[in-house]
Ligand binder design. Structure first.
Ligand code: GLV
Ligand code: MN
Ligand code: MN
Length: 424
């Protein structure tokens, strides 16, 4: 996708859509419903640069091209579909979009809803005869979930310089491939990943539509909301080292079993988080090494996700967890290490942009969220805002995540109204 100087690669010459039927969000979502289904976990597994995610990228490029947008992939692997103004000056661009990758066994809407809604919003604006006075782009960020390389929002972190490119290049997926190798295999030049001053400087505002990932809109009985803030959150890796041994010949008294220490630590994590109102702490991934039914593990790696509105409290919770883990590991004859993999401070979205969205969407309530987003990573650098669409299950990162058809179309209309108000 990048040429040897690391600059943008054009995918297409824009060709204008000739069809007259307006696309719907539901229609676009059903076009991609077969991509990345997971027969084992249920739901969707669409890690970045997997076949499923690459198919989704191709679908997006095709959809954007049909709409006459100029499609380019940047040097960090984000795809940009531009509705250019005459002269193609891209300064002060209005950007919308989201991501196409998923967590393992995730729902269909986390990410793709924002992309499909952005495409439909472009259709709505075109049908209204809009002549943008500033460039409008639909973006697809890669590796938002961090489910392959461990760092959430890797694409937007690279673009903004929020992650050191060397650290990113050396991240490994569960099969041991580095990000540099996978980026290269997918047409990027890993030497050129990192902060993109020009692209970042051209973004005037970013508005991301996303499925709501909790019960806020159910409780408010509203189809859409405008975001106020994102809970601060981070990821840490814990490794407990013990003595690998035989399950049959090693007496219980003689063991240094890191699985026992890890299990006790998981309970301590829950108990530590419960002491802090509003704190959330999760262990969703645990890996015994070598991993055999009749093998006492020599090491257990597990990953901790901690969230709290006050970043100092997040740090204190992690410190308390580390201290607990050290005590438990010592009691089990093991040792433990803890390392930070990523940290995203609490984000309060731009009040001016939020106000503009409130004027465009007067019925929409204001809602905060506990989920992370590329809009949060971008917010220290550009004006950002988010629109949430009701999720009647209140469940996300699970196949039960849902959006009803009517709300999906209301969301796209709202996004179009919000964008129109920012194009005036
Ligand atoms: C992403 O959805 C996250 O909040 O981890
Ligand atoms: Mn998401
Ligand atoms: Mn997610």
């Amino acid at each position: 996708m990048t040429n040897p100087t690391g600059s943008l690669t054009n995918h297409t010459s824009p060709t204008h859509r000739t069809g007259t039927t307006a696309a719907t969000v539901t229609g676009l979502m059903s076009d991609i419903a077969h991509l990345g289904t997971d027969p084992i976990r249920g739901g969707y597994t669409r890690p970045v640069y997997s076949t499923a995610e690459l198919d989704l990228r191709s679908w997006f490029i095709d959809q954007a091209t049909q709409r006459g947008l100029a499609v380019e992939t940047d040097r960090n692997g984000a795809i940009w579909a531009w509705w250019d103004t005459p002269g193609k000056d891209r300064a002060n661009a209005l950007v919308t979009g989201s991501h196409l990758d998923s967590v393992p066994g995730g729902g269909p809407f986390d990410g793709p809803l924002g992309v499909a809604s952005a495409l439909v919003a472009v259709d709505i604006l075109k049908a209204r005869g809009t002549n943008p006075t500033r460039p409008l782009a639909v973006v697809v960020f890669p590796e938002e979930e961090g489910s392959r390389f461990g760092v959430a929002c890797l694409g937007s972190r690279l673009m903004t310089g929020a992650i050191d490119p060397d650290k990113a290049r050396n991240l490994r997926d569960p099969d041991g491939n580095t990000f540099a190798d996978i980026a290269k295999a997918n047409g990027l030049d890993p030497r050129y990943v990192g902060r993109d001053e020009e692209l970042l400087g051209n973004i005037g505002a970013f508005v991301e539509l996303h499925v709501e990932q909790g019960r806020g809109l159910i409780d408010l009985n509203q189809p859409i909301a405008i975001a106020s803030s994102i809970l601060g959150h981070g990821r840490w890796k814990l490794s407990i080292n013990g003595q690998g041994n035989h399950a049959g010949t090693t007496l219980m008294a003689d063991r240094h079993d890191p699985m026992v220490a890890a299990s006790r630590t998981v309970v301590a994590i829950r108990d530590t988080a419960r002491k802090q109102p509003q704190a959330r702490a999760t262990v969703g991934r645990l890996q015994p090494v070598p991993g055999g039914t009749n093998v006492i593990a020599s090491r257990v790696d597990f990953w901790l996700d901690v969230r709290h509105p006050d970043d100092a409290i997040t740090a204190a919770v992690v410190e308390a967890i580390h201290a607990q883990a050290q005590l438990i590991a010592a009691e089990e004859g093991c040792t433990v290490t803890l390392s930070e993999e990523s940290l995203s401070p609490t984000v309060h979205f731009d009040p001016g942009l939020q106000k503009q969205l409130q004027l465009a969407l007067p019925e929409a309530p204001i809602l905060d969220t506990g989920a992370g987003h590329d809009a949060g990573v971008l917010s220290p650098y550009v004006q950002t805002a988010m629109v949430f669409v009701r999720n009647p299950s209140g469940i996300s990162h699970s196949p039960e995540e849902h959006v009803v058809d009517e709300d999906a179309e209301i969301g796209a209309q709202a996004l179009a109204d919000a964008l129109a108000s920012l194009l005036d």
